[in-house]
Design a protein around this ligand. Sequence first.
Ligand SMILES: NC(=O)c1ccc[n+]([C@@H]2O[C@H](COP(=O)([O-])OP(=O)(O)OC[C@H]3O[C@@H](n4cnc5c(N)ncnc54)[C@H](O)[C@@H]3O)[C@@H](O)[C@H]2O)c1
Ligand SMILES: [Zn+2]
Length: 359
Amino acid sequence: MTMTQRVGLGANSYDILTGSGLLRDFGTHIAALCGSGVAVVTDSNLWTRYGRAFAASMESAGLSAGSDWAPVILDPGEHNKSLDGLGRLYSAFAAMKLRRGGLVAAFGGGVVGDLSGMAAATWMRGVRYVQIPTTLLAQVDSSVGGKTAINLDEGKNLAGVFYQPSLVLIDTDLPQTLPEREFRSGMAEVIKYGAIRSKPLFDRLTGRPDTAALAEIVAQCCRIKSEFVERDELDTGERMLLNFGHSFGHAIEKLGGYRRYNHGEAVAMGMALAAETGEKIGLTAVGNAARIKEVLEIHGLDTACPYEPEALLPQMELDKKNENGQIRLVLIQEIGTAFVHTIQLNELGNCLQRRGIPK
Ligand SMILES: NC(=O)c1ccc[n+]([C@@H]2O[C@H](COP(=O)([O-])OP(=O)(O)OC[C@H]3O[C@@H](n4cnc5c(N)ncnc54)[C@H](O)[C@@H]3O)[C@@H](O)[C@H]2O)c1
Ligand SMILES: [Zn+2]
């Protein structure tokens, strides 16, 4: 069964289609938007596994390979989300004579999605694009909301633009073939949505979801994400609540050189730290940190941060959302309700120092 959810953003509104087995219908949905001139950006992992099925779906919708559409196949990996990667896409678009009326289809994880979105936003001053996320993280997070970016040598996601897709197509079966670590990383974001907005969602995360449950869970996360995006498209206010666990998480990712921990693993530790901090300063009801850690651990996510406050705090201070020795931290009152709390760096330091010491 396919679910359709509308992201209401005025002229930039679009649908998110979620369902098990949706891959078979990708071609039909793409053809409805654009009958010719479609660049399918993907990576070699995806294309080896799903290229044949993708091509069959395009063919059955009347789109011929070569004349109507062509794949642009990148190597997998974050290094492609770069100026070089962007250049490669522009060259491929030029070679296939992609016009203003054409379409970019981003078939892959967040790397393919962010890079393709940025390329689509700038190619001939903007062509439409479709997000077809294949990792759990991309399905519940990066494919919805229109944030596109590339990394520079100076930092992650430094160059980017808000550019909403015209459609999001989510086959919830695809994450089943993810390496275990990648699946876990996505589950951390799923747990985040429950923690900040939905106790019923949180409470159902008591084990690895089967195919049917995952389809519902992904749709639920997309609904929550779209509600935030609808209210705060350009991320100047409420959308910040989606960053629960991320201030700590970004610092942890950075300290690990972006290799030791992936995004979700770092955010999992970050959520545990944020919940503990909230309890320490009396803003989070006692017991919630333990509950969050328990659910994260069920999904194979470590919750004990290996870095000392002396290492974490300077990294957090550098975060672009913080200034003047103050940190804007997302906390939860209890599972399902989040808010932003501004805390002085030294107060946060004191809280973290007291970590682990029984009250
Ligand atoms: N735009 C946003 O709002 C937003 C939000 C969160 C993260 N991001 C970005 O997303 C990126 C991370 O994305 P990601 O976690 O999806 O990683 P990814 O795109 O690097 O994919 C992870 C790996 O899984 C492989 N893969 C993808 N789908 C697969 C499948 N179905 N089966 C088997 N293998 C598969 C890929 O080839 C890759 O090797 C980061 O660059 C991050 O900055 C963006
Ligand atoms: Zn995240």
